[in-house]
Write a protein of this length. Structure first.
Length: 328
């Protein structure tokens, strides 16, 4: 009897210690997230639409161009690449932090599929007076861009898709990151082990994304790791890892019916979204689409092929010679 009682007491102490350690780790994680936001504050504007507070960057005048970043990134990614400022010389450019990323909120009252994000963005377009934009999506952002083109073709001038994932395929990263999106357990993970694991994994992931070229310093400056590893952004990233395969499986059935102009750019050495399995296949399926495959470039091609991106936008909308920021 004594041995059983002693064993129970030991296990109770172990559980209490584990709980205390988890609570302390959660407090440290929260403090680091707040510190990251203090050191890297929002540089754009906010809009409240459909119950969501969205953060966005805006510059330039003329035909609107909307930029949608990929999983794990934020709107500043386009500024770091140089694409944002290059386009703003001739267009009204608006780069959104998609729900849960950067400084945009991601309410738990809905599942943030590409279609749900497209619906949110059309409401934001109305509020901001964005009419018939060229929509540029990168990586996971291409699924949102496609949803906009399929669900709201009358609202979109054309689509430019960079390094997209369009067809369901086995992705090891889904099994690695998706558990952090689970209710309760995922919340515990994001405030305890996920930031620590992420800190170990992010350098290798970035090398894969930029390969065969090195990760440029301007990316690290524009998209600080401390912002990427906040629990709020980890939740969004985990959820989109889990949603990616079913979203592509659902949207692929409608690609042939796309009725807006479509340009695609892919890196020949992309290790994240293989060209032949995704971009080349979509190009064949959508009549009248245009595909550029750039040799020597990987998934983050917009950091090294700004000219190609700008020219592809020019092909979808006439540029104007207007430079300057819109008033806040």
């Amino acid at each position: 009897m004594f041995g059983k009682t002693h064993g129970t007491a030991v296990r109770t102490k172990q559980l209490l210690f584990a709980a205390a350690l988890a609570a302390a780790t959660a407090l440290v994680t929260r403090r680091r997230a707040l510190q990251a936001e203090t050191e890297h504050p929002p540089t754009g504007r906010f809009i409240d639409v459909a119950g969501v507070r969205l953060h966005f960057l805006e510059r330039g005048r003329g035909t609107p161009v909307v930029l949608l970043h990929g999983n794990g990134a934020l709107a500043q990614d386009f500024r770091g690449s140089g694409v944002f400022d290059r386009l703003a010389a001739h267009y009204r450019v608006v780069a959104f932090d998609r729900p849960g990323y950067g400084f945009s909120k991601r309410p738990r009252d809905r599942t943030w599929t590409p279609e749900a994000q497209a619906e949110l963005l059309t409401s934001a377009f109305e509020r901001l007076g964005i009419e018939h934009p060229v929509v540029v999506g990168h990586s996971w952002g291409t699924l949102v861009a496609l949803a906009l083109g399929l669900e709201h073709p009358d609202r979109v001038r054309g689509l430019l898709l960079l390094s997209g994932y369009y067809y369901p395929s086995l992705r090891p990263d889904v099994f690695l990151f998706a558990p952090a999106a689970m209710p309760v357990l995922g919340d515990v993970m994001r405030y305890t082990v996920s930031p620590l694991v992420g800190k170990l994994l992010v350098p290798g992931l970035l090398r894969e994304m930029f390969a065969p070229l090195p990760v440029p310093d301007r990316f690290r400056t524009a998209v600080p790791q401390s912002l990427m590893l906040r629990p709020s952004q980890l939740r969004a990233s985990a959820a989109e890892s889990a949603l990616m395969i079913p979203a592509a499986a659902r949207l692929r059935k409608r690609y042939a019916g796309l009725r807006v102009p479509l340009n695609l750019i892919a890196g020949a050495d992309d290790r994240i979204a293989h060209v032949e399995r995704h971009s080349a296949r979509l190009h064949k399926e959508v009549p009248g689409s245009d595909l550029q495959v750039l040799p020597g470039l990987g998934h983050m091609l917009h950091y090294f092929a700004q000219d190609a991106v700008v020219e592809a936008v020019n092909a979808l909308a006439p540029p104007v010679a207007a430079i300057g920021d819109l008033p806040a």
